[in-house]
Structure formats: C-alpha cells, structure tokens
Design a protein around this ligand. Structure first.
Ligand SMILES: NCCCC(=O)O
Length: 762
C-alpha cells in the first residue's frame, strides 16, 4: 500500500492526565514512552510501511469533565483520529469510552483498570492493555486464602472505582466462605474526624486483615487515625492498592499536617502491608523488537518513565499491529485506512477484529485481549519492607495460580497475623483439690460403711441386732457404699478422661450406681419397716414376712430400676455434649480468647427421664414416709427405725431439693455443682447410715451379751384398742407364723418363744 515513499499520517488521539489524582504516573513519562514506541513503529518496514503514526495529546486531568472535554477536542479538531490511546484514569476514560464507540472510535487504554469498564455492552470498542480490577480481586482472594485469612474487613473510598472494586471483592470472597466482619466507606473529601469511625468500627469488630481500597490521599488520613487509635502493629495486616507512589506517606504533607500526624506515624501504622499490582515488566524482550539488551535497558528506563509506561508501550504496539492487519484486510476490499471517518462503522469493525486478534510478546508479557477486550495478565504480590515494596510472588489470572515466596514475608512479631483473636475452647474441669477433698470424704464414708457392715455381720447373733433385720441392714450398707462410689465417679471428668469416657463414667455409671444404691439403701430400710408395719398394723390378720419375701420385693425394685435404665439407654442414650457457657475470657498478652465449656450429659428426652426417676424414687420415699408415720408408735427400738427413717427422709429430701435447685441454676460452674452434689452424697448417705447404725452400736456396747430384754410396747394409730400395749398383753408376735430357729429367751416382759422367733427375723 506504499505510494512511492510518501507515507500517509494516521493520527491517534492520545489521552494522558496531569494533576493531583495521578500521583501514580507522571504524564511526561507516558508521552516519552509513546514517542519511543512511535519512533520504533515508524522505522519498521514490516509494520504500517505506508503510514506514519502520530499521537496528538489531550489532558483528561483524571476527571470526568476534563476527560469529556479532551474527547470533544479530539473529535472536533482535525485530523480525524483513527483510534484513541488512553486514558490512565477510569473516571475520565469511562465517559470517553461510552461516547467514542458512537463515533466508531476504538479506544485502547493503558491505565484505566476499573471494574465497570469491563461492561462490553456499554463500552463495545474499549480495549485495555492493563488488567482490570477484576484480576486484582482474584489475586487478593488468592492471597487471603494462601495465608488462611477467612475473616476480613473492607475499607473502600467513596468513589466509583473503589466502590466497584469493593462490591466485586465482597461477592468474590463470600463465594469462598470468607467472612466480611466490616465493610466501611470512606469519604475522601472529608476531614479528620470523619475517618475516625471506620477505624473504630474495625477495632470493635476485631478486624485484623483489612483490604484497603482507597487512594493514597485517603490512605494518609486512614493510617493517621489508625496510628492515633493504636490500630497497628503485629496483629494487623493491610492489603492495599499497588499503585501508590514510592514514599507516599511523605508526599502529602498538606494532608498529614491537617490531621496532625507525622509521615513516620503513617508509615508505621500501615506496617508491612501487602499489595497486589499489575505486572509492569514481563520476563522477556518484546518479540517484535529485535536487538540485544532491550529488556534490561527498558527495565532501567521504566524507573523514570513510570509504572504505566510498559502498558503504554504495549498499547502503541497493539494499535500499530491492529492497524497493520486492518490495512491488509482493507487492501483486499480496495480500501485504505485513511478512509476512516467517524461514521465508518465497517472500518471500525475491521479495526476491532484486528485488535482482538493481536498477539505478541510485549514489555508487560504476552499481549492478547480476551473476547471482552480485556487483558488477563499477571498480578504481582508484594509487601512493604523498610521503605520499599518488595515483590514476593505473582498470580496468573488465566491459570489461577499463585506463587509466593512466603518465607520472605516479614511479620512484626515473627508470625503471620491471625485473622482474629485465637479462640481456645476451654474445658471447665472440677478443681483437683475439690475432687481430692470429696473423694477423700467419700472413701471415708465407704470405710465407715464397711465398718458398720462388719459390725452388723459380727453381731448378727446379738439379740438386738438379730431383731433389727440384719440382712436388710447389710443391704442398706451396700446401698450406701454404692452411693459413695457414684459420688466418686461424679468427679471423674476431663481431668482424668476424655469427653467420650467422661460421659460413660459420669453420665451413665454414676447415675446407674446412684440409682441402684438409692433403691438398696432406702428400699432396704423401708421394706424392713414394712414388715414391722404388716405385723403391728392389723392385729386381726397377723402376717409375718420372711427375709426371702423382702429380698423378692427388693429384687422387684431393682428390676424396675434396671428396666428404666436399659430402656433409656436403648431408646435415648446419653451422649457427651459440649455446653458453652456464653462467657468469654481474654488474654491480651497471648491474643487469645478463651471460651469455657463443660461436658453435659445430653439426650433427647433428658428431662422426661429425670421425671421418671424422680417419680419412681419419690414414690419410694413417700412409701417410706407412710411407713414411718404408721409405725411411729412401735416403740421397740430394735424393731422400729421409723423415727430414723423419718429423719433420714427429711435429711435426703430437703437438702436434695435445695441442692438440685442450686445445681440447675449454677450450671456454668462445675466446681459448684460438683461440690453441692458431693455434699449431698456425703451428708445424706452418712447421716442415714449413722441413724441406722449408731443406735445399734451404742445398744450393743451397753449390752454386749444381749441379755437385756427388748421392750414390746406398741401403740398403733390404726388400732386404738391395741395402743399402749402392756408387755404382758397379747402382742402381735403371738401369731400363727411359722417359727424359725432362733435364740429362745424366757422373760416375763418379753414375747413368747414364738414371738421371739419371729422377732429375730425382723
Ligand atoms: N490504574 C490506576 C488508576 C485507577 C483508575 O482510575 O483506573
């Protein structure tokens, strides 16, 4: 398409920006870069040989109004621009891209990275060599996941670029089960005090990992407040934008003096923050630029040309290659590039198609646009170390691969900050000394019970003991021992065993043993009283109940216990349940939150089963109360324990009712409930045993040979005629009951031999 060495000029509408919003890139660096790229292209005989590329520049000042003005200046002033190059800020680029497509102008930006420019319906002719903010979002997510931070806060500037970034990041992290504990919006124009509340909110929410989506001007205010509120140090880590200028904390002295912070305070508060940034320089030289050391000399010049110069260079190369390809296509149609005008949609489509297919090795890496005109580049991950950002890895958007040199990250305190205070679930245990105390008391109780048992067996032939149902007394002692044992098991908790064993020992064994112990203890006591009652209560129909019958009754009681226990364990077994108390304790020195819990015996119908046990045992106690009342006037000490039964029931029911109430109210303190239940076990069991045995021991001690005749005086309320019976009066033991072998004593005040024989069985 070359016409005898005379090259036609194709003019590109260039958009750069100056002013306070472009601290990340100086305009002159972009212009110099583009000049270099044009110089290279225009020297090439293979690329656009018939054309000379030229760029005319307009300043958008990174603002919507100036951007629109720059665009109008481009299109209203000749020559016709074949494409637009730029801009660098989304705020100015977006309105231009919205209008430029209506004039069939392809726009290739080298710096506008906003999320919303990805909308291809709104911006169909918009391309960019810089990856979009969306890629940044993916890389931030990858970093968060890499460091296992699942609890973050987002602080975004009140500006459409940052708000769009914040919204997309929020959606992204939520999809990956990362909790956003706070999402705050910062008004970039507001003064000092307005920036306080977001930091306070972060403090209140205990945010540790904060993604900061704001400009460096706002960063100065944010970190000043963070410094003042002490929201900095090893516990916190910020993930910030990657385009802040070097030493940005020193570059806004007007702001810093207003907020009364020194640059060093701001630098300190931002700490070892992490950045994600577009990779500016690829590993290789561009494949369309031949020559040695191109790559290294470019690396050197990027320092002065600015961070976005590589993207600008690659944008110019992309435009040139697209124009070159389009010229070839148009040649087949007998058309040329210089025929382009703002109404020529056919040519615009050719240009768009050509640009979409451009691919080459650029300064920023492999250059190609996806079907949306977007660059899926590589995102660098770095960390502020000293006064500089050190690049420590990268994220490839296409492969979703993050490579980090994690060992080279620096963390204040030497370890990766946790995303929240370390939470330790703390198993509440019974204090060992308390356990030792009550265990000791219960062992002493068992020793006492064994002593009573020994006494009862040894003295079983003593007249007084013989008359007091020694076998039933043995049963009472065994019941008491079981209650003591259940008390010991009650203290076997996390100090000694695992929760699963604890539930077996504490919830099952202890309950079962206590249940059987209660039945043996009180059952034994009540049954022997029942025998007295049967004898004394109805003199017309005298009944003598043998020990075997009593044991059969006892077996029935135990069978009921076992039945209830087995049914419960089959249909509603107890399991260990972690019961959290709702309290929290903090240890700031170790940055740990302790959440106390205890192991609870849980089952689906726990209360219902308790009611069943209470009802059954309550009936037994009521039976005992009834018998004690009925036999209250049987004044044969050896026969009748009614007074002691009454006292025992009193000493069991009232303390237990009180204790169980206390335990159910204070269920968050194992020491308290253990102490209360242990006191009940030790007190109730010991006092009941003593009531049963101490009178017997004192009687035997007073009359070691058992020669004293027991008095047979009874007065039963059911039979007034029988009340105050005289010893010589015919008494209930003169029954037709079968006589058992036993000591026979002759005494005028004692029952007859037959009576004595019966009494010996009682
Ligand atoms: N890429 C830095 C500038 C951000 C923007 O306005 O697109």
């Amino acid at each position: 398409v070359q016409t005898k060495g005379i090259k036609k000029t194709l003019t590109i509408g260039g958009l750069y920006a100056t002013g306070p919003r472009t601290t990340f890139q100086n305009a002159s660096g972009i212009i110099q870069t583009v000049d270099k790229a044009l110089e290279f292209i225009n020297q090439q005989s293979q690329i656009l040989s018939a054309y000379k590329l030229l760029v005319e520049w307009r300043d958008t000042k990174c603002e919507l109004g100036h951007g629109v003005q720059a665009f109008f200046q481009h299109v209203n002033n000749p020559p016709t621009k074949i494409m637009l190059l730029g801009g660098i800020c989304s705020a100015a680029t977006a309105p231009i891209a919205e209008c430029s497509q209506l004039l069939n102008l392809i726009q290739v930006s080298y710096g506008a990275s906003s999320f919303y420019l990805s909308d291809k319906k709104k911006y169909p002719l918009f391309f960019r060599t810089i990856p979009s903010e969306k890629s940044q979002g993916y890389s931030r997510l990858a970093v968060l996941r890499y460091f296992k931070w699942s609890r973050i806060a987002i602080l975004a500037e009140k500006e459409s670029y940052y708000e769009a970034a914040s919204t997309s990041l929020e959606e992204l992290v939520r999809e990956h089960n990362i909790t956003i504990v706070a999402k705050e919006v910062l008004n970039g124009d507001s003064e000092d005090e307005d920036q306080k509340s977001p930091i306070r909110t972060l403090q209140e929410k205990d945010a540790r990992v904060i993604v900061g989506l704001f400009s460096e001007q706002v960063a100065v205010k944010v970190f000043c407040q963070a410094y003042k509120l002490g929201f900095y140090g090893g516990k916190y880590v910020w993930v910030l934008m990657g385009w802040y200028q070097p030493n940005w904390w020193e570059a806004h002295t007007a702001h810093t003096s207003k907020v009364h912070c020194k640059p060093s305070h701001i630098h300190k508060a931002s700490g070892h923050y992490i950045i994600t940034a577009f990779r500016k320089i690829g590993p290789l030289s561009p494949d369309i630029i031949v020559g040695k050391d191109v790559h290294s000399s470019w690396e050197k010049s990027v320092g002065e040309l600015g961070l976005y110069s590589s993207f600008a260079y690659d944008a110019v190369l992309s435009i040139a290659l697209a124009l070159n390809r389009s010229a070839e296509i148009l040649a087949y149609r007998n058309k040329t590039l210089d025929e382009f005008n703002y109404t020529n949609s056919e040519l615009a489509q050719v240009l768009k198609e050509s640009l979409s297919n451009v691919t080459f090795q650029g300064f920023t890496g492999r250059m190609r646009f996806n079907k949306h005109g977007e660059r899926e580049g590589i995102i660098e991950v770095g960390q502020m170390q000293g006064n500089k950002i050190k690049i420590l890895g990268n994220y490839t958007v296409l492969t979703e691969e993050l490579v980090l040199m994690s060992a080279q990250f620096i963390w204040q305190g030497g370890k990766i900050p946790a995303d929240q205070m370390r939470t330790v679930n703390q198993l509440l245990k019974i204090s060992r000394s308390l356990f030792a105390f009550f265990c000791g008391a219960e062992v002493l109780g068992i020793i006492m019970a064994v002593a009573f048992l020994t006494f009862n067996i040894k003295k079983s032939q003593h007249r007084f003991i013989k008359m007091s149902s020694p076998r039933m007394n043995n049963v009472i002692v065994i019941g008491a021992i079981l209650i003591y044992v259940s008390g010991i098991l009650l203290g076997i908790d996390g100090n000694f065993v695992s929760p699963s064993t604890e539930v077996i020992v504490q919830c099952r064994f202890s309950t079962w043993i206590a249940c059987i112990g209660f039945t043996l203890g009180f059952g034994g006591m009540f049954l022997k009283t029942w025998r007295v009652h049967k004898i004394f209560v109805n003199r017309t129909k005298k009944m003598v109940i043998s020990d075997y019958q009593l044991f059969a009754m006892l077996a029935l009681f135990i069978a009921i216990d076992l039945l209830v226990i087995v049914i419960r364990e089959v249909i509603d077994p107890q399991r260990a349940n972690q019961h959290f108390t709702g309290r929290e304790e903090y240890d700031n020195s170790t940055d740990t939150k302790y959440v106390p819990y205890y192991i609870d015996c849980a089952s689906s119908y726990r209360n219902e089963w308790l009611y069943v046990f209470y009802a059954y045992k309550g009936l037994m106690l009521a039976f005992g109360v009834f018998l004690a009342f009925e036999t209250r006037n049987v004044t044969v000490p050896a026969l009748n324990d009614s007074r002691y039964i009454g006292l025992s029931i009193y000493n069991v029911v009232f303390p237990c009712a009180l204790g169980i109430t206390v335990v159910s109210v204070i269920d968050n303190a194992p020491d308290v409930w253990y102490a209360v239940l242990s006191v009940l076990v030790v007190f109730c069991t010991s006092i009941t045993l003593c009531f049963v045995f101490i009178p017997k021991i004192s009687t035997v001690r007073a009359d070691p040979l058992g020669q004293e005749r027991p008095r047979f005086v009874s007065s039963l309320n059911h039979n007034p005629s029988a009340s105050q019976a005289h010893p010589n009066q015919k008494d209930p033991f003169q029954s037709k009951a079968k006589t058992e072998a036993g000591p026979k004593h002759k005494t005028s005040s004692a029952p007859s031999d037959g009576q004595r024989a019966n009494s010996s069985r009682l």
